[in-house]
Design a protein around this ligand. Structure first.
Ligand code: FAQ
Length: 369
């Protein structure tokens, strides 16, 4: 991928940066070109110096839009990602396993909360983002469109899906946008715990009876390739990577992270006594990493188009959960309105409570990072 500086790329997008009238243009609204150029220079200098861009800082609209797209997709993945594992809560094989799984699924809801709150600092609302998810206008990770057929799938998700998520997300702790980077610090700590529980679960099955070992191997066979697809399309087909890396939202390309993940998994699979379903994995001395087989990108594209095994089920379950949770949101909003301090400017109770929730959530992200 050609090296591009933040300055070169933001210059390309400046034409739209303040023309769209989005939240990103507020600081520069009505100003002449000279101050706008100053804002851009300050933004580029901050990115170049590895400083954090904060919600009140000026930023190009395209930077803001890219962050909203990625953070929304990430938040949606966390809450849709609760479904495949929740499928096994009632059938966990022991009280201990059930308690662990419930805690993990609750953690995913918490990750969604941090990420929606962080996205709200960009001038969007959680309601708007959820509406877009339910209308199919924003994505969630391809991985959650696969079914969890056996108990071993819970282990495979922890080991491989959380493992891939950590590989992708640790560099996001250094993302140029402060609230996203800070939210990722806590999320990565929890994902690391999730990955270990999956590994430990698979180890128990792998060392168990012949049937348990076979169940673990079957789960790994089914989750391996979709886990590699989580990192996104190959670099030459990745539409956003070049710009996102120039802005230091992403720190590594999709292929770099995918390769890193394979290198991490190969020795772990050996320790587990399980095989990765790829006969082409072998050490490449020159690269100092593993080569691996070709990924079926047509399957990835089909899942993105909505034709994966569980796309319809996931989105209809999400819409149903949202509708059935309406009374909880109404009750929370009524409670917040009742307990909100008196406002100096006239506002409707609904907007007052929404804004109270937003600022409380944003503060939560700041404090917990
Ligand atoms: N699935 O140009 P790029 C988790 C889309 S959290 C669906 O390379 P980008 C925790 C992409 O949006 C898992 N769509 O895109 C957990 C774009 O579409 P557009 C989620 C995908 O953004 C564990 C197009 O393809 N993690 O697992 C996928 O630069 C267990 C072109 O792609 C994150 O979201 C995909 N896999 O790079 C929860 C991490 N890949 O907008 C429960 C943050 C690509 O042009 C249980 N996100 N697309 O229509 C990222 O790091 C990036 O957004 C990438 C994609 C790397 C995912």
């Amino acid at each position: 991928m050609a090296a591009v500086t933040a300055h070169q790329t933001t210059q390309k997008t400046l034409g739209t940066a303040n023309a769209a009238g989005g939240a990103g243009s507020t600081a520069a609204a009505g100003e002449t070109d000279a101050p706008a150029a100053d804002h851009l220079a300050a933004f580029d200098a901050a990115v170049a110096a590895d400083e954090r861009i904060e919600p009140r800082d000026w930023m190009p609209d395209a930077y803001r839009a890219t962050l909203i797209r990625q953070m929304a997709q990430h938040a949606h993945s966390e809450i849709i990602g609760m479904q495949p594992e929740a499928n096994w809560i009632t059938r966990a094989p022991s009280l201990r396993r059930k308690a662990i799984l419930m805690a993990k699924v609750q953690d995913e809801a918490g990750h969604g909360l941090y990420l929606y709150s962080a996205a709200e600092t960009l001038g969007t609302s959680r309601e708007e983002l959820l509406d877009k998810l339910h209308a199919g206008r924003q994505r969630y990770s391809s991985i959650f469109n696969y079914p969890t057929l056996t108990w071993a799938d819970v282990g495979a998700i922890g080991w491989l899906v959380d493992g891939a998520a950590i590989t992708n997300q640790v560099p996001l702790c250094r993302c140029s946008y402060g609230p996203y980077a800070r939210a990722m610090v806590r999320i990565c700590k929890e994902e690391s715990f999730h990955q270990r529980q999956g590994y430990e679960l698979l180890l128990a099955l792998s060392r168990g009876t012949e049937a348990q070992h076979a169940m673990a191997q079957d789960a790994v066979n089914r989750w391996w390739w979709p886990s590699l697809m989580m990192f996104g399309p190959p670099d030459d087909a990745s539409s956003h990577s070049e710009q996102s890396m120039a802005w230091k939202i992403k720190r590594h390309s999709n292929d770099e992270l995918r390769r890193r993940f394979v290198d991490i998994c190969v020795p772990q699979a050996e320790a587990l006594g399980l095989e990765l379903p790829d006969p082409d994995i072998r050490w490449n001395e020159e690269l100092g990493g593993h080569d691996f087989g070709a990924i079926d990108w047509s399957e990835f594209q089909e899942v993105l188009k909505g034709n994966g095994p569980c796309n319809d089920q996931r989105i209809s379950q999400r819409r149903r959960a949202h509708e059935e949770g309406a009374w909880v949101r109404d009750a929370a909003a009524a409670y917040a309105a009742k307990h909100a301090p008196a406002q100096t400017s006239p506002r409707t109770p609904a907007s007052a409570s929404a804004s109270a929730q937003t600022s409380a959530s944003a503060q939560h992200v700041e404090e917990t990072a």
